[in-house]
Every structure is written in C-alpha cells, then in structure tokens.
Design a protein around this ligand. Sequence first.
Ligand code: GAR
Length: 210
Amino acid sequence: MRTIVILISGRGSNMQAIIRAAQNEKWPVKIAAVISNRADASGLRHAAEQGIPAIVVPHKDYTTRDAFDSALQSRIDEFAPDLLVLAGFMRVLTPRFVAHYAGRMLNIHPSLLPSFTGLATHRQALAAGVKIHGATVHFVTADLDHGPIVSQTSVSVLPDDTEETLAARVLEQEHIIYPQAIRSFIEGRLSLVDGVACIATDKVEPSADS
Ligand code: GAR
C-alpha cells in the first residue's frame, strides 16, 4: 500500500479526478491528506466529504517562503508519503523543499511544456497562435515548470476559442492523464533514468498456447 498527499490551492478538480480513479480502479493507495495553502480552497470540502483529512497551512501566516515551506513539509511528513501530488497548488516552492521530495513529487501544468510556463497559459497559447495546446505531468525540480516530463496530452486550438473554452477542454484531458501518471508511479512503473521519466507498460503474461 502506497501513501500519497495532495496539495491544492483552489477547486481541486484534478484532486477529485485522482480520488475518483483511486476508488474506482482500487489502487493500492491511501490518500492520507489533502493540504491547501488557502482556507477558502473549495476542494477541501470535497476531500473532507470523502473522509480524507483536509488541512490548511496558510502561507499568509509565514513571513518568508522558507518558513512556510518548512511548516508545510512538517505537516506533509506526518503522513510519510511515498508521493506528493501538486494539483493546482499555486505556490513557488523553495529549492530545499523540492530537494526533500526529489523523485517523488509530481505536478500538472496546463500547457505543453516547455512552452508556456508560469501563469495564464491558455492566454499565452492563444496569443502565440499555436494550433495545438495541452497539459503536462512532470516531476518537480527547482527549475520552475521544467522537471522531467512524465506524460502530455494535446487538444486542437479552435478558431473561436476563448481562454475559458480552451481551459475547459484542456482540463478535461488533465483529469485523464494525471490519474494515469499517478497510478503508474504507485504501481512502480514510473521511474527516472538519467533525469528522463520512463513509464513501463503493463507486463503481458504469455498465454498458455503461445
Ligand atoms: C489546473 O488546470 C492545473 O493544471 C493548473 O491549475 C488548475 C487547477 O485546477 N496548475 C497550474 O497552473 C500549476 N502551475 P483544479 O484545482 O481544478 O485541479
């Protein structure tokens, strides 16, 4: 049984997709806690309704990034997670925090990295006139939005797309690829080899007559 902790800052729709997949697909996993840096994150309620401890560590209570990250790390480590999942967690993390979870912290970013790092990715994509946009699951490193890529999904950008319509189509895809990536980590199929993320496919058992 693996243990994961999920960090959110807002509505937590990716968190919900992960909880749903873990339940429906009977992952050998305990979602030990959902932690938010904002008390008004609506995703917290959903986590609590699922019986998952929903915890707030308000970043505003700390004067430095380091102090907040230390407090956050202490709360997370009470649960000794095998994997830390960032699901719309909108804080830049200190190198020390990132190093502590090296190789066991995943993030989803709403663009086809390395394009459109940072915020307002859908606006950036529309402004650039790209025809294909998407989302990326990656390991978190100290280099913001540049960790080893685990998986990506793409959507076509339509001529009449707005930020909202594009964001909605990308989000739908996020809800598919993020649970898949987490599942592969939990099953021990996701590894980092020389800084490159590799996913082993399911073993196919040979049939009796082959
Ligand atoms: C998602 O689109 C996620 O990719 C993005 O925030 C949204 C959170 O939605 N994350 C980032 O921009 C991280 N840089 P959710 O709270 O409904 O999962």
